[in-house]
Write a protein that binds this ligand. Structure first.
Ligand code: PMP
Length: 462
């Protein structure tokens, strides 16, 4: 750690934090007997906490975000230069970085045409939902307003995003929910048996389940289908063979907009710019956030096809016929300035290729762990977005209980390697270890992660 922090300064920080900060996703009672973890500095793949302890970060800032790693001075400089020129202007004006980043982003997304700026994944998804509702009003007398979402997928933290959430405990106690969101089954082949599904052609079967819901609800009432390309917090679910082709066909058949939530997969995580590009899908709307600027600035984008955009341009005499939405901090120029430099780094350092190569290497190495440890039921993922599902009985595929999964995470942390796990939002299925190192990861970094997990599994289950 390079920083000049005295122990007194850091002790004060811990006290201030304990006295006043309400941390995300945690029961605070535990901080009566232990200190919160304060991350002080980062460089490359590593972070240091308040005790000066070094950690290899195998989760890119906790939640799949810091794709290009820590300490990127060129991003800081790009943001600083832009802030001196113009930090902010909102309303209906544009900005130089906003225009130039939109051009660059759309170059990477054939079939998409417009970029709408905002701040968080939840906000981008909310805006997509609003567009679907407005299209329903404009074109279908309000009829085609329902939005389908999938079991185990997550789309954000606001009430409407939770209404579109397939992880029940995240939404529990926050109802009543927004009406008009309808759940469809997940597509986790490993757990086909739990769904009573055939193992043969599971991908097609899982997609056909969506069609059944559409027919049950009435195709005239369904406006959009919102899916993660690879489900993240729901268990790192890579779609089965044949799934996406059938999903696309179904959307076209019933004129249902396909909204792909790339908040996690977007901007490199799976080894392509976007996760959907792994599967040949042509979405109508795409939302992205975390990797857009790797956490160096808060920025999220909603992109749409020209066809969606055009729907908001016709009938210009009607005073209600435009997207009547704003995002105050969608006018911050730091976001697109950081995003532009983030994209340059990924291109110049060939990080998509590195992500593909290192992802394949890590999947092999996780496979070796699976051969050694009977508690690993399946390893799966795409690029540097990987999971290892833990089971207490391999044959029966009985999900490992959460406390023991968390013990593995805790043991790795003790060893100085930060990994993640699906959390309790999936009752009964919070049993997948999650790995998402930055796209700059080397074989040595991956070996270090594997060694830590190997040791942890040995100690927890040995
Ligand atoms: N969609 C997905 C797939 C996510 O994983 C998340 C956040 N983990 C969100 C949306 C919400 O993003 P945010 O926290 O930026 O609102």
């Amino acid at each position: 750690m390079d920083g000049n922090y005295s122990q007194n300064d850091l002790s004060h920080v811990v006290e201030a934090d304990k006295a006043h900060v309400w941390h995300h996703l945690i029961q605070h009672k535990q901080f009566e007997s232990k200190d919160p973890n304060i991350i002080v500095e980062g460089k490359g793949m590593r972070v240091w906490n308040q005790n000066g302890k070094e950690h290899l970060d195998a989760v890119s800032g906790g939640v799949w975000t810091v794709n290009v790693g820590y300490g990127r001075e060129s991003i800081v400089k790009a943001v600083a230069d832009q802030l001196i020129k113009l930090p902010y202007f909102a309303g209906s004006a544009g900005s130089i970085p906003g225009a130039l980043y939109a051009e660059k982003l759309i170059e990477k997304m054939p079939g998409q045409s417009r970029v709408y700026y905002c701040n968080s994944g939840s906000e981008a998804n909310e805006k997509a939902f609003k567009m679907v509702r407005q299209i329903a009003h404009k074109r279908y007398g309000g009829q085609k307003h329902k939005i389908l979402y999938r079991d185990r997928d997550y789309h954000g933290t606001t009430i409407s995003c939770l209404s579109a959430g397939g992880q029940d405990e995240r939404g529990a106690q926050y109802g009543p929910y927004t009406p008009g969101f309808v759940r469809v089954p997940h597509c986790l082949e490993y757990r086909a048996g739990d769904q009573g599904a055939p193992v043969e052609n599971y991908g097609e079967w899982a997609a056909n389940q969506i069609e059944e819901v559409i027919l049950r609800e009435g195709p005239d009432t369904v406006g959009a289908l919102c899916l993660e390309p690879v489900t993240a917090g729901g268990g790192v679910i890579t779609p089965p063979e044949g799934y996406w082709q059938r999903v696309q066909e179904i959307c076209r058949k019933y004129e249902i907009l396909l909204h792909i939530d790339e908040v996690v997969c977007g901007v490199g995580r799976t080894g392509k710019w976007f996760g959907y590009q792994q599967y040949g899908i042509e979405p109508d709307m795409v939302t992205m956030a975390k990797g857009v600027a790797s956490g160096y600035a808060a920025i999220a984008c909603l992109t749409t096809s020209e066809k969606v955009f055009e729907l908001f341009k016709d009938n210009a005499d009607d005073p209600l016929n435009y997207f009547r939405d704003i995002s105050t901090f969608g006018g911050c120029t730091a976001g697109p300035a950081a995003a532009m430099e983030n994209m340059r780094i990924i291109e110049d350092e060939n990080l998509l290729q590195n992500c593909t190569d290192m992802g394949a290497y890590m999947l092999d190495r996780l496979g070796e762990l699976q051969d050694k440890h009977a508690v690993i039921g399946q390893v799966r993922g795409k690029g540097l977005f990987l999971g290892a599902e833990l089971v207490s009985d391999r044959e029966a595929r009985t999900p490992m209980e959460e406390a023991r999964v968390q013990a593995v995470v805790g043991d790795c942390m003790q060893q100085g390697v930060i990994i993640g796990a699906t959390n309790r939002s999936l009752p009964g299925y919070n049993n997948t270890l999650c790995f998402s190192p930055a796209l700059i990861a080397t074989k040595d970094d991956i070996d270090e992660i594997i060694t830590a997990v190997d040791g942890a599994l040995g100690r927890v289950f040995g």
